[in-house]
Design a protein around this ligand. Structure first.
Ligand code: GLY
Length: 370
């Protein structure tokens, strides 16, 4: 059965574009690039794992469209998201004679998208990039909204730009090959998006958990559409995180601290975000008037998505120090996105003594597995 892709518009001062969501889009990358950028040469950025799975289809579609193609394949993983790789890629672009007529195509997950987007934003002071996200996390979050970046020694994404893509092509059929840990990363961001979007979206996700965890294609497609649509609305209203976009950090303050203290890659981003959401919900009950039923509702949804609680051998003070080092901290204070109920949020500065107590409680609950 051929399913026509859904089109989600993103409209920002930095660029307007469509996010297409549906199965089979990998086969039409070349034709769509040619239509949007006639005469362009294509520089495809991917990683070794994605290249094995999806490279031939995408490369074939670009060549079949009569577009000149150059392929740069990175080592898979966060370690590739650095200055050196970005610089090497720009050297490759210039050696191969790519000019302003280039289009970068980022085929892969968040690492490939952030790195290729960053290179596209600075090479020749900016060339177009098309995102072709192949992970659930990238389809529901990182490919939309134009954030690009590389990691520095002191943390993730500490250098970056806003660079809106020419187009985002989310082929939901390529998610079937994802490993379990990648599904969980995407599930955590899906849960976050549903809670922030509102009661109907939360109820929809609750009702579809079983099929989602089983990887049912239509359910996955509907969930990607919900989250991508929500993100598109938020970034269209606030491209540069001056106000509304900040809500997307819900669950991420503790998540970043956990990842930093445990070592990147030791805990998956999805598991860390789920822990961060539980922590933010507990803080929301204390500081933002969230009802216990709502906190429980979030707990149940995360559990149903396989994002169960963990126990971490980390002192509260270490986590607190890592939160202070976060680039979102302001004037030496840690800021949290809290939520009273689905669809509502506020950015709140939280004092250290409250955070320390809440962290002790969160660690205790983790040990008890509740
Ligand atoms: N991932 C959060 C944002 O794009 O703002």
């Amino acid at each position: 059965m051929i399913v026509a892709p859904e089109r989600i518009p993103v409209r920002t001062p930095g660029g307007s574009y469509d996010v297409l969501v549906g199965p089979g889009l990998l086969r039409v990358v070349g034709g769509l690039v040619k239509r949007l950028a006639p005469g362009a040469r294509c520089f495809l950025v991917t990683d070794g794992n994605v290249a094995r799975l999806h490279g031939p289809i995408v490369e074939g579609s670009i060549l079949d469209a009569g577009v000149e193609l150059f392929v740069a394949t990175q080592n898979p993983g966060e370690a590739s998201k650095n200055w050196f790789e970005a610089g090497m890629m720009m050297e490759l672009l210039s050696e191969a004679g790519f000019g302003r007529d280039s289009v970068l195509v980022a085929l892969g997950g968040g690492v490939v998208g952030d790195l290729a987007g960053f290179v596209a934003s600075v090479y020749m002071r900016g060339v177009p990039v098309v995102h072709v996200p192949t992970t659930l996390l990238a389809q529901v979050d990182s490919s939309i909204g134009g954030k690009t970046g590389v990691d520095l020694r002191h943390g993730k994404n500490l250098a970056g730009t806003y660079w809106q893509p020419l187009m985002v092509l989310s082929d939901t059929s390529c998610l079937a090959s994802l490993p379990e840990s990648e599904w969980r990363c995407g599930f955590a961001e899906l849960a976050k998006s549903a809670f922030l979007a509102g009661d109907a979206e939360t109820a929809g996700l609750e009702a579809s958990c079983e099929q989602l965890v089983a990887g049912d294609e239509e359910t996955v497609r509907a969930a990607v559409l919900m989250a991508a649509g929500f993100k598109a609305r938020v970034v269209s209203g606030d491209e540069r995180e001056d106000c509304d976009r900040e809500q997307l950090n819900y669950g991420h303050t503790l998540a970043h601290a956990l990842e930093r203290e445990l070592g990147y890659g030791t805990v998956s981003h999805g598991v860390a975000v789920a822990e961060g959401m539980r922590f933010a919900a507990a803080l929301s009950a204390r500081l933002a008037g969230a009802a216990p039923e709502w906190v429980q509702r979030q707990e149940r949804l995360l559990d149903s998505l396989g994002l169960t609680r963990g126990s971490y051998d980390l002192a509260s003070d270490k986590l607190l120090a890592a939160m202070h080092a976060d680039k979102k901290a302001r004037d030496g204070k840690v800021r949290f996105i809290l939520s009273r109920e689905p669809g509502q949020w506020s950015a709140v500065t939280v004092e250290d003594d409250i955070l320390r107590e809440a962290l002790d409680m969160w660690r205790q609950q983790g040990r008890e597995g509740s």
